[in-house]
Every structure is written in structure tokens, then in C-alpha cells.
Design a protein around this ligand. Sequence first.
Ligand code: ASP
Length: 419
Amino acid sequence: MQNLTKQIIIALILGIAVGLGMNFFLPDLFGPVDQYVLSPIGDIFLRLIQMMVVPIVFVSIVLGTAGLGDPKKLGRIGGKTIGFFLLSTTVALTIAMSLALLVKPGTPGLLDSVEIEEEYQAEETPSVVETLVNIVPTNPIDAMASGEMLQIIFFSIFIGFALAVLSKKTDKIYHLFEQAFDLVMYLIKIIMYMAPLGAFALIASAVGGVGLEAIQSMFAYFLVVLAALLIHAVITYGSVIKFMAKKSPVWFIKNFAQAISVAFGTASSSATLPVSMTTAQKRLGVRESVSGFVQPVGATINMDGTAIMQGVATVFIAQVYAQSLSLTEMLTVVLIAVLASIGTAGVPGVGLIMLAMVLDQVGLPVEAIGLILGVDRLLDMARTAVNITGDAACALYINETEPDLDEEEDDKPSLNSNA
Ligand code: ASP
């Protein structure tokens, strides 16, 4: 596995070099190479791991919830997980907005020098109440067919809970889920052999496709988002790992690097989920019951990196349009962005769609998203890496602060039998 991590990282670096090189020296060749080689390879890899998302979320949440057993423990861990996610996203937004206010990446002059080339069409975003009601599926098969993650999570927790309560009566079904888990993990292992090639293709395609002018004109914004992501990852997650989970942050990064590099390549938390779960379980030693519960929920509702982009973007756009944000408006941004993070699906680019909702709330023009569209693909990769790192940090924290629930449950078949 160590080897594979190295290969993926080398592939990412090569991909950036090839993408940049083609962008500079062979811009005409990039189109066909991307269309016939890079994009298809990248897409096959993405589709292969996406194929595993619904099975792994369903199976691991059922097992995770059943493994936590006692509803009281489930409630405590659930509460701790959600509390952690809400708090860390609020911290992320505070860092992002403070940095943007301090550095002032946006100036009104920018509007004259850059035209909003790409038309940005805001999509309808569901209201908060709608999002909450929608968590309950009317048809679980339909939820799985359309990949409605929150609905799948709800349904899986329900089944896991019932399996825990029914215990011996349904132990055959429980074992069936255990075997399904082994099967899914094995498939992911096979798919990961393609990861270096897939990551190379995805990143070369993304880097090659971004106009360098787009980066130049939005350089200050680009850097502020990257800096805020880095500060949050190093300071917030570093402190969580060091002081709350009592582990070394360097050890964490070394062992979790594989998942981070896949997140970087795919720009999708959901697609990275199978890899981030296996990495957390196998390399960080997070118990399957904890990882199986915390990480799928996190990949769906916890998006610190996305919130950081939204915080910086809102302040940046306000600066470009010479509008000052009042304290109430800034608090509104925090509140809406935290809620938006729950409703943001873990797929490429959705963070921008949710940004429309945030801008709308504070009366900023939604079409200003066109300004930052050009650099968003690259930032998407970086923020997705932060998104999944936050979930893993939370999983490690819960793992280290909650007693080993699996061992406590003598009458329950061990969830770690295949670890
Ligand atoms: N791509 C991000 C993720 O999957 C979501 C976003 O910010 O667009 O986590």
C-alpha cells in the first residue's frame, strides 16, 4: 500500500507537469489528447470507484451502526460526530473569511480588467427545510438508484439499529453484511491498482484545461483559498489529532496520504470514500464500526474545504463589487455555508452551485461566480482533499476517545474479523 501511495503521488506530479507542459507548448494538441486519451482513462477510473460508493456506504453504515450496538452509544457517537462536523466547519469559515478580509484579494478594479466570460447560470437550490425533510426516503431502492446519500445513510442506520436490537435473531443477515463488506473491500483493492494511471489522467486533463490567464487574473483569490485550506488542515486538524486524539499529525499525514492523493485527483469526496475508509481502517487503525459510521456521514455532510472556498469567495466578490458585509451578513454567510455543507453532494463542482445560495442570502450578484469559475477545478481538488481529511480526523478522534465497543459486545460477531 505504501508503494501505491508513492505511485499515486508521482502520477499526480507527472500529471501536473504534462498538463502544464501541454498548456504552454502544445495547446493545440491538448484538445485531442484530452478527448481521446486523458478524459476517457480518467472517467473509467472515476466510474469504477463511483460504482463502489453506494454498496460501501450501505454495507458499512449498516455494519457500523449494528457494531455500535446500544442505542445510547449510537446516540452519543452520532451526537459527537455531528457536533464535531458543525464546529470544524464553523472554524473553517472563520479562518477563511478572516484571511480574505485581511488580505483583500478582491478590488473593484478587477471588474474592469476581467470580463465575466463564462455565463454562470444559477441552479435552483433546495431550502433548508426541504433538505431536512428529504433525508427520509420514501423508497430506499430509489434512493440507492439515484445515489441520494443522506437518504441511503438514514435507511442504513435504521437497518443497523434493528440488527443490533434483534441481535441473535438476525445474526445470519448480520453475517451476510460482513461478507458483503469483505467482498466490497476486495473489489476496491483491485480498482486501486488503476489509481496511479487514473490520477495521472484526471490531473493532466484538469491542469491542461485551465487557462493560465484565468489563474493569473484570479491569483490573489486562488492563493487565499489555498492558504486558508492549508491553515485549517495544519492548525485545526493538527490540533484535533495531537490534542484530542493524542496521535502524531505527521504519522497521520503519512498514513492517510493515499486517500488525500485520490481526493486530489478525483475532486469528489464520495468517489474517494471507499479509499478513505480502507486507508483509515488499515493504516490509521480506526475500528470498522467507527469508520463505517463517521466517514460516510462525513463525506456527505462535512465539507470544510468547500466552506472555506465559499467563505473566501463571498468576501472576495463583495470586495470586487465594493460592497461591505456587515457583521450580521457575515454571520449569515457562516450559518448558510454550514447548512450548505450538509446539502452539498460530494461530487466535483457542487460547492459552486451552493455558493449561489450563499451569495443570494447576502444580496451579492450570483453571476459573479463567473469570475472564479476558471480556477475552480483546481481549487476543487484541493478543497476535496481537505473535506475528506476532516472526516478522517473526526473518525480518529472518535476512535481514540470512545471505548472499544466491538470488544465490549461479547454476543455480537466481531466486526474486525477481517481487519
Ligand atoms: N468536490 C467537493 C467534494 O466532493 C465538493 C465541492 O466543493 O464542490 O467534496
